[in-house]
Design a protein around this ligand. Sequence first.
Ligand SMILES: NC(=O)c1ccc[n+]([C@@H]2O[C@H](COP(=O)([O-])OP(=O)(O)OC[C@H]3O[C@@H](n4cnc5c(N)ncnc54)[C@H](OP(=O)(O)O)[C@@H]3O)[C@@H](O)[C@H]2O)c1
Length: 279
Amino acid sequence: MKRLRRLTARARSAAPLPVMALALLCGLPGAAAAEQEAQAAEGGSPTVLITGSNRGIGLAFAEWYAEQGWNVVATCRRPEQADDLNALAAEHANLSVELLDVTREDHIRDLADRHAGQPIDLLINNAAVLGPLPEQSLGGLDYDRFEQTMAVNVYAPLRLSEALAENVVAAGGKIVAITSGVASLTLMSRMRGMYFYRMSKSALNMGWRALRTDLKPRGVAVLLVSPGQVDTALLRESGYTGEALTTEESVAGMVEIIADATLDDPGLPINVDGRVLPW
Ligand SMILES: NC(=O)c1ccc[n+]([C@@H]2O[C@H](COP(=O)([O-])OP(=O)(O)OC[C@H]3O[C@@H](n4cnc5c(N)ncnc54)[C@H](OP(=O)(O)O)[C@@H]3O)[C@@H](O)[C@H]2O)c1
């Protein structure tokens, strides 16, 4: 069985840690399960749509929700090459793999047409790019690369969320964007460069606050969640060599934050450990 279950089993046998910390790190049955039970009791499993589901954090989200019995629409830009995701789909009849390059307007339109009228309980805007570091360092800033980064990390989540807003309204659901601590002015350290990635995540944060203002009156919770430092290709590309969470650990924390989020939350970026990230 999956690594997630091993983590959960390990958590259950680890006595000294506080229960909340264990639940956060290891996804013990909690609010997420209770929420899903309530929704199932009202008729049918909830639906989640995830971008960039073929690897990294997106793949772990897809696995977690599939294991919990959600209907998972796992999107990616090259389904024919998404071996891990296709293997997951083969194990879970409740997971479908669908084409979505988030920068392609026609892909977004086709996806919205295919799902027209279907309630979506949770939309997770996960796909993003870091981009090559030399091209986003002072003296070598490449503005074509900046545009590409903004297209994936900022324009795409907004465009997709706008296209699927009625689906989420129909479910009284939630729209999540995955942000990053490197977007924070307060936490801005002496770490240099990464202009485009940092600026894209800061812009995403502000866009999400604006989206929240529009969609809260329509019953949709709009939230920003940061995964912490997670062992993925993106983190390795950044040159970071310190400690990192596994994708399963990060997702186990984020799904609890997402499940607990309410319409009245202030919409600030929440880190995987539950802390509010300062602007
Ligand atoms: N890892 C960390 O420490 C960390 C920290 C803070 C925030 N985050 C955020 O967490 C999220 C997931 O990142 P990750 O760490 O899992 O990175 P990753 O392993 O590099 O995965 C990125 C995902 O985004 C997809 N993607 C990129 N461009 C796309 C496009 N145009 N259309 C559709 N999908 C596209 C990739 O698909 P392809 O395989 O087709 O390229 C891949 O599935 C991102 O929003 C990232 O900014 C990560």
